[in-house]
Design a protein around this ligand. Structure first.
Ligand code: SAM
Ligand code: ZN
Length: 274
């Protein structure tokens, strides 16, 4: 069953060979790399919205070295502890990775389980990289603010270091569906920030308050992960280059950095739709 909808008229899109089409005749082609571009021109504020090539290449290289795999282990353990797979409605489980970037988490999470995975990102380069590396999932260029996804069709929505729109989140989640959001917290990357800012301001987010006051999603668990990792050489350069901190550094400043011990601090917020 298709859960992908037309960004123009919101009807379901059906596949006809290398095209998807809605009942109102709007059609979108699969790209050569296998993704579908469902981002309408009026949803773009810039020609190439989202993370750029430098950041995405650095992110891909950094993640593929396994530096954040402990996050994947934690997310899988959390989901298993809730017995998601036995309590969810029978039939195929639909996972949406919103703001999936290069798709590292989409393709790494629950590799061995029967899940229909969809990754959405506003960055064409990110989605292109994701679809080259993973033929199992469906990758769509789209916006968090106008998700090309059928109402109440998603069992599990992952949102890792990426924006979310609460109305759209609630619309696409099934009743009883889960939401997992990962945000940087506290002293995350403090040592990098201190190289370019006089004073480090710890990370703060209003997402928990927003979920509680503006949505019907109940927060059922919050987990904090913190560790220090020693990075050097290309790993350190990638770590800085995959974030907007990159633009605070002069290139030669990054190249001169030999090694740095950095704080990694994440908050994992787990919610369940009413
Ligand atoms: C910090 S990256 C995280 C990517 C991925 N989740 C990961 O951890 O590797 C944030 C991602 O959000 C995407 N993004 C930004 N605004 C978006 C929007 N309005 N809709 C969808 N994706 C968006 C960016 O293009 C980028 O890939
Ligand atoms: Zn349509």
């Amino acid at each position: 069953m298709s859960i992908i909808i037309c960004p123009n008229c919101k009807s379901l899109l059906h596949q006809f060979e290398k095209t998807v089409r809605c009942e109102n005749g709007h059609s979108f082609d699969y790209s050569k790399k296998g993704y579908i571009n469902l981002l309408l021109a009026n949803q773009k504020k810039t020609i190439n919205p989202g993370d750029n090539k430098i950041m995405l290449n650095a992110r891909d290289a950094f993640l593929s070295k396994g530096h954040y795999d402990f996050l994947i282990d934690s997310i899988e353990a959390i989901i298993n502890s809730f017995d998601l797979f036995s309590t969810l409605n029978k039939g195929m489980i639909h996972l949406l990775d919103l703001g999936c970037g290069t798709g590292y988490y989409t393709r790494s999470i629950f590799k061995q389980k029967e899940i229909k995975k969809v990754g959405i990102d506003i960055s064409k380069i990110g989605i292109s990289k994701a679809s080259i590396q993973d033929k199992e999932a469906t990758y769509l260029i789209g916006s968090a603010f106008n998700l090309p996804i059928e109402t109440h069709s998603i069992d599990l929505l992952l949102n890792i270091f990426a924006p979310i729109h609460l109305d759209e989140l609630q619309r696409v989640l099934k009743s009883g569906g889960y939401f997992i959001k990962v945000i940087p917290s506290g002293d995350h990357m403090k040592e990098v920030a201190e190289l370019v800012y006089e004073k480090f301001i710890p990370h703060q987010s209003s997402i928990k308050e927003d979920l509680e006051s503006k949505s019907k999603i109940q927060i059922i668990k919050v987990e904090n992960l913190k560790r220090t990792i020693l990075l050097s050489g290309q790993d350190l350069q990638n770590f800085i280059s995959m974030t907007p901190y990159l633009y605070k550094f002069k290139q030669e400043q990054i190249e001169l950095l030999k090694e740095l011990s950095v704080t990694i601090s994440f908050e994992i917020i787990i919610g369940k739709n009413e």
